[in-house]
Each structure stands twice: as structure tokens, then as C-alpha cells.
Ligand binder design. Structure first.
Ligand SMILES: *Cc1c(COP(=O)(O)O)cnc(C)c1O
Length: 418
């Protein structure tokens, strides 16, 4: 459910016509609905009811400060995976005691930064990292709260690049080695073990892998208790999928019910790390048709957004729905929708059947709120596009379009070339 809809033949976000926004800020641009953003958080949060839980929004999905501030104000925390993300979360006003930090390659500097900010906990991904955190904490005279990220060896039905819970993946500690690693952790002077963490993949549209993985964790928690290690937090990660095309993911209510039925007697606080499910359908990428090009084999609709602005189709072969900002009653066309980048992989859609646009028409690439702007780059020296937030009838620029000066900021020509 989202707040982009047609009134007559015009596409609106809440109460604003998309073409007005495009006119004001130019294209391409990312556009988010405040109503969708906050409703999705509320629905997800309410689904877990009175059970003690913390929602740590996975900010890699969408990390604009305005959106983080909105979520902070609604009581959410953050799942961060780098020092930069921690910086963003804090800048946005998120409570450090609702911030968890995952990732297989935390550096000493990042660990120290997070320790000094007194985040809730590190989600530790190896015994080597455990030792590194302990030594940084010792030097700083601090104690690090940790959970071990356990890799439960669960196969999930998603794109291989976004599955993370199999033995062959780089993530987490194999579940068979977890007990031993918890005992290592317990013996480290500046580590306090408080939780267990898993995250098995993204865009999962079935409940069963979540349930299977959680069951494995609960057995482990019992073994840990029996050996004197008390777990206070169960973090089940993120990964709940959304509808891009015809997927039918479980509703958060249904998801929560399945989870709560398993953990209700665990006496643990639940931590959730939703990313995509909160923001995916709350954002679109608005682009303009530059040319209709007829190749010898294919029709191409060339638009002003490219793979540097939205890489999901290129990277994962992901499907993004593409709809006109103003409907035309004309003929349909089957075409590839492609960007201006000098790569054959620069496409937003392949062999898509849509009503035939004209040059200058605007298109909305739907479900671009998650892993859209945050994965964008300056490839081909293209300035990154603005981000705009709509709230009712009001429109807010929440990130300016970059200019050419931004492209070369920080670059230096050495003296011998001057
Ligand atoms: C990416 C990630 C998430 C969020 O995944 P979604 O599929 O967007 O919900 C949560 N936790 C961790 C550790 C992640 O790496």
C-alpha cells in the first residue's frame, strides 16, 4: 500500500501532481510520500503490539536525514553497517541506545566511534572481530555490548546476491560454532554478551525461512542458558519483502504473529531490522523520456535516469514497475527502457509493454524507495539527483541535486602537473 495514485489521467503523490514536482525540481528525482513512510512504520510496529521490541530501521535502504529524523521521532532506532551510517543516524537524532551495528568488516576506528557513542550493541560476525572489539574497548576503558550474528544455514528463495544465511556466505558465525564463540566472548574482559542476531536475506516473501531460522536460534538460546549465558535480546534482522510486480509477501501482522508465537516465552526483548518493507513502496524515481529509438532488433525508450541513479535492475535483474505520470490513450509499445550511461547493462526495464510515450513525457519508476538513492553513484560523472518529500499538499526538498562542482570536490592535480 502506498500513496501514489491516479486522479483522472494524472499521477499524484498524496495531494500533489507529480508533474508539478518535476517542473519545480527537474528530472530525474527521487520522491517519497511522508504518509506512506510513517504508516508503514506504524503498521509494522503495531503488529508486534505490547511485546517488548525495538525497531532498528536498516538505514542502508534509505538514509536521507529527513527520513531518519521522521523515524527517530516515531521511536525507531537504526541498524547501521558502517561508521558513516552511524554518523547519519546520530545526526538525525536517533537514540544511540536504539542503534545496532552489523557488518563483517568493522574497522578499529569504526568500533571506537560506536563505543564512544554508547550504541546498544555490536552484531559481531566472527571470533576475530570479537577479539578486535575487546581490544579496542580495553584500550578505551569501555565495555562493548554484543550479540553474535549467527548464520543459521537457511536457504531462502530470493536473488543470490541478497541471500545471506547460508554456510557459504561471508555473514555471521556458523550456527554449529556459535556456542564455542559465545564462551570465547564470555571470557573476554571488555565484552558483555547480551544478544543473538540473524539476518538471512532480503526481499523474502514467505514466512517459513524466518520461522525455521528463529527455531534454530531458540534452540541455541536454550543451550546457552543451560551453560550460564543469558541472552536478553533476540534480533531477527530484516528481510521482509514487498510487492514490486506480482509478489504476495505476508502482511506484517501475519509475520509478527508467526514470530511472536515462537518467542512469547523467551523473556527476551525482540529487535527487528526492517529496511525495504518500510520504505520500498514509499518512494519513486521520476524520469523524463528523452528519445524513442528504434533499433534493428528492439525499441528503446531512452530516459534521463540511468543505472547510476537506480541500479537494482542492472545488479539484480530486479523488476520495477514503470508507469506514466500522465496517461495517454495511445498505442502500446514493447521496449527496453534504458538510461544514458555507456554500458549495455544500463537498463531500467527490458521488453516492457507500456503505453507508448512521447519525447518529454514523464515516467514514474515505482517501488524505488529502498536501495534506490542509497545505491546511486556518480558513474559517467552524473551528478546525483535530488530527493523530495511530499506531505499532504506540501513539498520539501530534502536533498539538493548535485552540480558539476560536487563531482570534482576533493580532487587535486599534483604540483608537477601544474
Ligand atoms: C540489509 C540488512 C537489513 C535490512 O534488510 P531489508 O531486506 O531491507 O529488510 C537488516 N539487517 C541487516 C544486518 C542487513 O544487512
Amino acid at each position: 500500500m502506498h500513496d501514489f495514485y491516479y486522479k483522472g489521467s494524472d499521477l499524484y503523490c498524496e495531494e500533489v501532481h507529480l508533474s508539478l514536482i518535476a517542473k519545480r525540481f527537474g528530472t530525474p528525482l527521487y520522491l517519497y510520500s511522508h504518509e506512506t513512510l510513517q504508516r508503514h512504520l506504524k503498521v509494522f510496529d503495531n503488529a508486534f503490539g505490547a511485546y517488548p521490541h525495538i525497531i532498528c530501521f536498516a538505514i542502508k535502504a534509505c538514509s536521507n536525514l529527513a527520513i531518519l529524523r521522521l523515524y527517530a521521532k516515531k521511536g525507531a532506532g537504526a541498524d547501521v553497517v558502517s561508521g558513516g551510517e552511524l554518523f547519519r543516524a546520530l545526526k538525525a537524532g536517533m537514540d544511540p541506545r536504539k542503534i545496532v551495528y552489523a557488518g563483517v568488516g568493522k574497522t578499529g576506528e569504526e568500533i571506537l566511534y560506536a563505543l564512544k557513542k554508547d550504541i546498544l550493541m555490536f552484531n559481531v560476525e566472527s571470533s576475530e572481530e570479537l577479539k578486535a572489539i575487546n581490544s579496542v574497548a580495553k584500550k578505551a576503558g569501555l565495555k562493548a555490548r554484543v550479540a553474535l550474528r549467527v548464520n543459521p544455514d537457511i536457504d531462502v528463495n530470493t536473488h543470490p546476491y541478497i541471500a545471506t544465511g547460508l554456510r557459504e556466505h561471508k555473514f555471521g558465525i556458523p550456527i554449529g560454532d556459535a556456542l564455542e564463540n559465545y564462551h570465547i566472548a564470555k571470557r573476554l574482559s571488555n565484552i558483555e554478551v547480551i544478544g543473538i542476531h540473524k539476518h538471512i536475506g532480503s526481499q523474502l516473501v514467505e514466512i517459513s525461512p524466518f520461522v525455521d531460522a528463529l527455531k534454530r536460534l531458540l534452540i541455541l538460546i536454550k543451550d546457552l542458558r543451560d551453560s550460564g549465558i543469558m541472552i536478553k535480546y533476540i534480533n531477527i534482522g530484516g528481510g521482509l519483502g514487498i510487492t514490486y510486480n506480482d509478489e504476495v509477501p505476508p502482511h506484517p501482522e501475519e509475520f509478527a504473529k508467526a514470530i511472536l508465537s515462537l518467542i512469547k516465552n523467551s523473556e527476551c526483548t525482540l529487535i527487528l531490522e526492517p529496511g525495504r518493507v518500510l520504505v520500498g513502496n514509499a518512494g519513486v524515481l521520476v524520469t523524463k523520456v528523452l528519445y524513442l529509438k528504434k533499433g534493428p532488433e528492439k525499441n528503446f525508450i531512452i530516459v534521463d535516469a540511468g543505472m547510476n541513479d537506480l541500479i537494482r535492475p542492472t545488479l539484480y535483474g530486479a523488476f520495477q514497475k514503470i508507469i506514466p505520470v500522465k496517461k495517454r490513450m495511445d498505442n502500446t509499445i514493447i521496449a527496453d527502457i534504458v538510461g544514458p550511461i555507456c554500458e549495455s547493462a544500463d537498463f531500467l526495464a527490458k521488453d516492457r509493454n507500456l503505453s507508448k510515450p512521447k519525447e518529454g513525457d514523464l515516467l514514474a519508476i515505482m517501488s524505488a524507495g529502498a536501495y534506490g538513492f542509497t545505491m546511486s553513484s556518480n558513474y559517467n560523472s552524473r551528478p546525483r539527483v535530488p530527493e523530495v518529500l511530499v506531505k499532504g499538499r506540501k513539498v520539501f526538498l530534502i536533498r539538493e541535486r548535485e552540480d558539476y562542482g560536487d563531482l570534482i570536490r576533493g580532487e587535486k592535480i599534483p604540483g608537477f602537473l601544474k
